[in-house]
Write a protein that binds this ligand. Structure first.
Ligand code: GUN
Length: 286
């Protein structure tokens, strides 16, 4: 039997409606609209699309968005100056520096400069440390999106073996950390695999829940999935046949119990979690 489709678009609509209500309530009580400032350096086409989608989502749900465009030749110092301005601007609650940054920029210095209370990506070391300790200020958007898919579809994580393929700072490391914390959406036994893992297919086949964020088109094939497992595909790969995930969807859906499509799975929820964090940032600063 083919797997249940975990429709991220429908879930995103539900959660966005909840957030819009909370934003309206916050604005009514505090007289302030939560504001996200996005910093976009250079003219990478994919980054431009991502930032535009983030801005559109803000505007559709009662938040304010600012776009700070800077030219491709921007230096680390110029970017630090801009971050400093945004840190002290009382009208700005969340700051998002779109990645990747141009080669000449020291990305770590820039991300470290964002005030932790405005760090809606949860990339600052203080926020990463808080997640590790199980007392997060913000949760990073893509891992939070994955956790919400599991929670809202009542896919149990407690005691489950969850295999994460990919060890990036943005997805693999934080989702593994979050799933092993105590409490709802956690309590899992987590294994992290990556490009250097030996026996990766055998390990993947042990997973009750398989989370794939390795950035390679159709990397996970049907034989790497335990029958009935839940498969969460975080990949977005542009190929000649269009946008595809890290999972060979047509093959894996014959084996899995539930699966996220690409597009329309994790993606729409990631932006939704950014809205959530921007509201949270505004509350922290109110
Ligand atoms: N580029 C790719 N993913 C992300 C993300 O989650 N946040 C930011 N700021 N840039 C990205």
């Amino acid at each position: 039997m083919a797997a249940t489709l975990l429709d991220g678009k429908a879930l995103a609509d539900t959660i966005r409606a909840e957030i819009a209500t909370q934003v309206a309530d916050f604005t009514h009580r505090c007289g302030v609209k939560p504001c996200l400032a996005a910093v976009l350096v250079g003219d990478d086409p994919a980054s431009q699309v991502y930032v535009r989608n983030k801005q559109k989502a803000c505007e559709q749900n009662g938040l304010v968005s600012q776009l700070h465009r800077m030219e491709a030749a921007t230096s680390t110092g110029q970017l630090l100056e801009r971050i400093d301005q945004l840190n002290t601007d009382r009208n700005v609650h969340g700051i998002l520096v779109q990645l990747p940054l141009p080669k000449q920029v020291d990305s770590n210095r820039v991300l470290d400069a964002v005030h932790p209370k405005k760090d809606v990506d949860a990339f600052h070391p203080a926020n990463v440390g808080r997640i590790m300790q199980g007392r997060p200020l913000f949760l990073p958007c893509t891992p939070h999106a994955i956790q919400q898919i599991l929670l809202r579809h009542q896919i149990p994580t407690a005691g489950a073996h969850i295999v994460v393929i990919g060890r990036s700072d943005i997805v693999g490391k934080p989702i593994a950390t979050m799933l092993m914390q105590k409490g709802p959406g956690g309590d899992a036994t987590v294994t992290v695999c990556h490009s250097r893992s030996r026996n990766l297919p055998e390990i993947a086949r042990l997973a009750d829940i398989l989370i794939v964020a390795i950035g390679r088109a159709n990397f996970v094939t049907g034989d790497m999935v335990k029958p009935g497992a839940t498969v969460i595909d975080v990949g977005i790969n542009r190929t000649e046949s269009g946008l595809v995930g890290d999972v060979d969807f047509n093959a894996v859906r014959q084996v899995a119990g539930a699966i996220t499509p690409v597009p329309g799975g994790v993606g729409p929820l990631t932006i939704t979690m950014l809205l959530h964090n921007t509201l949270l940032a505004a509350r922290l600063q109110a």
